[in-house]
Design a protein around this ligand. Structure first.
Ligand SMILES: NC(=O)C1=CN([C@@H]2O[C@H](COP(=O)(O)OP(=O)(O)OC[C@H]3O[C@@H](n4cnc5c(N)ncnc54)[C@H](OP(=O)(O)O)[C@@H]3O)[C@@H](O)[C@H]2O)C=CC1
Ligand SMILES: O=C([O-])CC(=O)C(=O)O
Length: 266
C-alpha cells in the first residue's frame, strides 16, 4: 500500500483526491493545507476519510510519496524538507523553478534524502519528445499561451489592459519563460515546464494572450533542432473550480501517481 501526502486541496487537489479514491493500492493519509475551510473538510471526508488534515507534515509521518498541487510557495515549505527526509515527490508547480537557485535547492534536497522528484507535464503534452530532443542540439523553443480574459484576473495582466472589456486578443506578456513564470505563477507553469525540458528558462521565448475568442486554455509550442521539428497545440478545458487551471493538469498528476503505484507504468 503506497501512503501519500497531498499538498493543496484546491481545484487540482480535490479532483486528484476524487480520482485516486477507487485505487485500493494507495491511500492518501495526509492532506496539507494552510488552513482548513469547510469545503476542504467535506472533500477530504468524502474521498479520503482516512486522511489527517494538517498545515505541515507531522514529524513522525513517513509517506511513500508527497504530491504537490498547491502553488510555488509549497516547494520551499513542503517539498524541500520532505525530499531531504528521503520522501520522493511529484510537483505540479513547476514554475517555482524560476526562482534563483530553486532548481539547485531541489537537487540538493533530493540528493540529501537519496530520493527523486518528478516535475509533471501538467497542462501540456509533448514533454517526452521535447526532453528527448534536448539530448541533441535545440535551436529554438517558442511557446504561446492563450486563455480567456477571466483566467488572467488577479494577475499583472490587469495593469496591462481592461480584461473585462477586451474585444480582441491582447498580448499581456512577451519575454523569457523565467520572467513569465515569476510574473504569472498560476498561469505560466507550462512555460517553465517546456523550458526545463528544452532550452532552459532564459532561452525559451514566451508570449501570453488574454483572448476573448477562446473558451479553453490554449497552449501552443514549436521546437527546432538536430532531431527535426515539432509543433503542438493543446486546447485544455478549464476546471470549473479554477479557470486558470486546465483539467489535464489533474490527469497528469494522477497518471504520475499511478505510474509509481502500479506494476506497469506508461
Ligand atoms: N504544471 C501545470 O501545468 C500547472 C500547474 N499548476 C500549479 O498548481 C497550483 C495549484 O493549482 P489549483 O489547484 O488550480 O489552485 P487552487 O488555488 O485552486 O488551490 C491551491 C490549493 O493549495 C493550497 N495552498 C496554497 N499555498 C499552500 C502552501 N504553501 N502549502 C499547502 N497548501 C497551499 C490552497 O489553500 P488556500 O485556498 O487555503 O490558500 C488550496 O487548497 C497552481 O498554483 C500552479 O502552481 C496549475 C495549473 C497547471
Ligand atoms: O492549466 C493550464 O492551462 C496552464 C497553467 O495554468 C499554467 O501553465 O500554470
Amino acid at each position: 500500500m503506497m501512503k501519500i501526502a497531498l499538498i493543496g486541496c484546491g481545484a487540482i487537489g480535490a479532483s486528484v483526491l476524487e480520482l485516486l479514491e477507487p485505487h485500493t493500492n494507495l491511500s492518501v493519509d495526509w492532506v496539507l493545507v494552510p488552513d482548513v475551510p469547510p469545503v476542504v473538510t467535506q472533500t477530504v471526508s468524502r474521498f479520503a476519510p482516512q486522511a489527517q488534515l494538517a498545515t505541515q507534515l507531522p514529524p513522525g509521518a513517513r509517506p511513500d510519496l508527497i504530491v504537490e498541487c498547491a502553488g510555488h510557495a509549497a516547494i520551499e515549505q513542503h517539498v524541500l524538507p520532505a525530499l531531504a527526509r528521503g520522501i520522493p515527490a511529484i510537483v505540479a508547480s513547476v514554475g517555482a523553478m524560476s526562482a534563483p537557485g530553486m532548481m539547485e535547492k531541489l537537487e540538493a534536497a533530493a540528493a540529501k534524502g537519496n530520493t527523486q522528484v518528478q516535475l509533471v507535464s501538467g497542462a501540456i503534452g509533448g514533454i517526452d519528445a521535447l526532453s528527448a530532443a534536448g539530448m541533441g542540439e535545440l535551436d529554438a523553443v517558442i511557446y504561446t499561451g492563450r486563455k480567456p480574459p477571466l483566467a488572467w484576473m488577479g494577475t499583472p495582466a490587469e495593469q496591462r489592459c481592461n480584461l473585462a472589456s477586451l474585444q480582441e486578443a491582447f498580448c499581456i506578456f512577451e519575454g523569457s519563460a523565467r520572467e513569465a513564470a515569476q510574473l504569472y505563477p498560476k498561469n505560466a507553469n507550462v512555460a517553465a515546464t517546456l523550458s526545463l525540458a528544452g532550452l532552459g528558462l532564459d532561452r525559451t521565448q514566451v508570449r501570453l494572450f488574454a483572448d476573448p475568442a477562446v473558451t479553453e486554455n490554449v497552449h501552443h509550442f514549436s521546437a527546432k533542432g538536430a532531431f527535426g521539428e515539432m509543433e503542438l497545440t493543446m486546447r485544455g478545458k478549464p476546471l470549473a473550480a479554477n479557470p486558470k487551471t486546465s483539467a489535464l493538469t489533474v490527469y497528469s498528476v494522477v497518471r504520475a501517481v499511478l505510474n509509481r503505484a502500479d506494476r506497469v507504468s506508461i
